[in-house]
Design a protein around this ligand. Sequence first.
Ligand SMILES: [Zn+2]
Length: 328
Amino acid sequence: MSGRTRVSWNSGVQIEVKGAFNIVFDPSSRRQRWSIAFVSHGHTDHTNILKAGGLHKVASLPTICYYESLHGTPSPFVSTCRYGQRLHLHELRVEVLNSGHIPGSCAFLVDDDQSRILYTGDVNVMSSIIQEGFKPAECDILVMESTYAHPVFKFPPKEGVYLDILEWAAKTALSRAIPLLKCHPIGKAQELIALFNKHSNLPVVVDDIVFRTTKSLYKFDLLFFGSNTPEGREILKSGDCVFISSKPPVGSSLLGRPLKKAIATGWAAKYKFKSFDAAFILSSHCDYYGLLDIVEQCSPKHVYTFHGYSKYLAAVLRRRGYRAGSLI
Ligand SMILES: [Zn+2]
């Protein structure tokens, strides 16, 4: 915290700058004192504020598209932002950075002339098939997520995981079963569809939710079929396809064919997923080591952590000589 700036948790990450704006990042509900709210990305736990009226909100266009695909039109007073943009809010400048998490996800660098405060949102330094990774920026105060901030979370390089997923799906389809991959419908699903479009001949069938989220952003760039459309059902019946689903059907068969299920998530680095035939460590977040790299490269005077293993990461950083604390 600098003399002029106070960072705290108030339903989201709140930054109060004396004599300037009070701003908030990813709040889950509205407070009266805020001048403006920033929404870092389209995952549902970050977009609640888009339905709140009477508050100016800022989000990227992909974030708004994702939101609209699942929740309808946001309430009024939403401005769109894009990577590289510098917003001027009275005495503050806010630079919009790519956080590398999912399409349209933003980190925000706030400059009040005395200190630079970097809010990472959910963040990933590893590039994916659809997105560049986050590039750390020097700052005085770093406010960072810590979802996977424990040494048990060491994620393998994406290329190897991609190959494993392609091989599993191909072998499963060859065995005349339908390969189903369960994943988050926002971000991860589009990553997997792009993977199969670019590196496999298997047609991609998706469930209703993935159909809506993907269509909102990639109507023309990715090829996929809804499982409830006539084409989608025909392809599923043939078995020569991959099925990407956010909510897998119960049971071990679909349309008369055996169904093999796999899950793609960072949690597979720690947990066994016994109800699935396979689990792939594929994450939209940094692992523990990536988070430590961000801190080193940003070289902050003070670090605040939030989400997941936030207290653990703050303690690790203090042992390494940083002033660090968990916001929640
Ligand atoms: Zn997220």
